[in-house]
Design a protein around this ligand. Structure first.
Ligand SMILES: [Fe+2]
Length: 187
């Protein structure tokens, strides 16, 4: 056999481990565990973001989202309520506008050393700082994040359940998100 055609084990390993440009050094599991380990995260905070991440990943897979956008979405879903402990401490509540205003520096600090490129982190920051803003939703990552968060919030709070008709009519856009909304919260 021509030596140039041989494939060695080290070649295969190298190929398998070569990251795509959007992949960071930290895995989704590592980011999840790192946030769980933050001392101000309550059991309720942790359960909430795990549920939102699970719905976001489910909708992303049902919708056939591309791998890079899915990774942005998954990191965002984990970190989307990162400012809740600070807002509870500082304002006594987790009002959406305050959460959005307080999130950016917390996310940038959390992802320092993650290995994610600047554009990736900028998009995560943008999404987290807009996830309670239901108008001008652009991008599948934004759309799915809003749907996943609402699917969870409606199960956790009567205040959000009251918004079901409006959310069904005006906000839910993905086919699988709309199906999940109907299956979980039938009209
Ligand atoms: Fe949330």
């Amino acid at each position: 056999m021509n030596k140039g055609q041989q494939t060695t084990t080290s070649d295969l390993t190298e190929t398998a481990e070569t990251p795509s440009p959007a992949r960071g050094k930290w895995s989704i599991a590592e980011i999840t565990e790192k946030l769980i380990a933050e001392p101000d995260q309550t059991p309720e905070d942790i359960a909430h973001f795990l549920k939102v991440h699970s719905f976001a990943r489910l909708i992303a897979e049902l919708e056939g989202l591309d791998a890079d956008t899915k990774e942005i979405l998954e990191v965002t879903a984990i970190l989307h309520d990162i400012s809740c402990p600070l807002c509870r401490e500082k304002y006594g509540n987790t009002n959406g506008a305050r959460q959005e205003a307080e999130s950016a520096p917390l996310i940038r600090a959390f992802l320092t050393g993650s290995g994610y490129p600047k554009e990736f982190i900028d998009r995560v920051v943008y999404l987290v700082t807009h996830h309670h803003t239901y108008k001008d939703i652009h991008g599948m990552d934004y759309q799915i994040l809003v749907e996943a968060d609402f699917l969870v919030n409606a199960g956790e709070s009567a205040k959000y359940r009251k918004l079901l008709p409006e959310m069904r009519e005006r906000v839910f856009r993905t086919e699988s998100g709309r199906r999940l909304l109907e299956e979980i919260y039938p009209e």
